[in-house]
Design a protein around this ligand. Sequence first.
Ligand code: SF4
Length: 376
Amino acid sequence: MCKPLSLYFHVPFCVRKCAYCDFASWPGREGDWRRYFEALENELKDWSEITDFGRLSDHYCVQTAFIGGGTPTLAPAEVLCTITDQSRVLFPFAEDAEITIEGNPGTLTPEKLAIYRSAGINRLSLGAQSFDDGLLESLGRIHDARQIGEAVRMARDAGFENINLDLMYALPGQTMDQWIDTLNAATALGVEHISAYSLIVEEGTPMAARVAKGEAVLPDEDAVNAMQRAAIDLLARAGYGRYEISNYAKPGFECRHNLVYWRRGDYLGLGCAAHSMLQNCRFHNPENLDDYLAGGRRPDRQRLDARDILEETVMLGTRTTQGIDFGLFSGTDPARLKRLIQADLIAIENGFLRLTRGGLEVQDAVVLELLEVLGC
Ligand code: SF4
């Protein structure tokens, strides 16, 4: 019987660094594209051959693949699609496999989108972030709001029927009206999926320096919470169900790839800074592009013990609105769970324990409590 497998390819090239970005991505490395995609192919080939887990392609069938970054749509489309072609040579793919490419609206053309479609890529995830040109500029994005709509229209013309927009709130200087306008602009485009992330100011980024100098002022906690609640309500009215803390989809368009992460399925992460999870072993590739290109592909391995697995199951599974198998709690103290139910932080339904809307707002604290109940 074929076991489900997911593939993630990290493509770490960008036009320039956005002000808030601490992802593994590098501008000005166009000269390394070919070499990098060859390294990805070699890494995939290594995984498809005999490993400690046997020959993976004999036991696994790819259900989802995700080409993320960085800006994968910056690379020449025919070079990028060597990796999807090679994946199909090395692994069996499910007929209905979900194959996503992450794109920046400033880098798409009808020609590129047509090549992606002919390579079997059937989902597009666009880093839109905002529909306010002033905010986009302050974030250092390379596109404006008009280009987001243009990218969606081009993708529809190319045959994409499953499109996500990534949006950000809690931005310096962002008002509630600007956020509502962005949500309305996104839903008006009729996309199938919307991810709404709160800005996290990461140390060492230009954004962090601006905040430290007082040049950029972040909204306070109440304003951030109000923006999140506004997103939940507005998106629900527009037909997008919340299925994870930051993710909303029209029925049937939940991102299958990301659900694999939250449900701790098996996946291979290829490329610099990519992580894999296979049969309760985690693997970490080198973070740095040059180390990866120098052949540092053999990843560090960490075998998870029963406690690690339980902790991950609770931490990741409670992010989703489905929650986690209530059977995990059999034999634990019911009084503590009862208190969480009475405080309207968790609910138990259909054999699952899930966090309520209020519980998701304080997910870290509820997870700690649940882990204590489980004796972790
Ligand atoms: S496009 Fe994405 S990965 Fe590239 S610099 Fe901006 S935030 Fe980072």
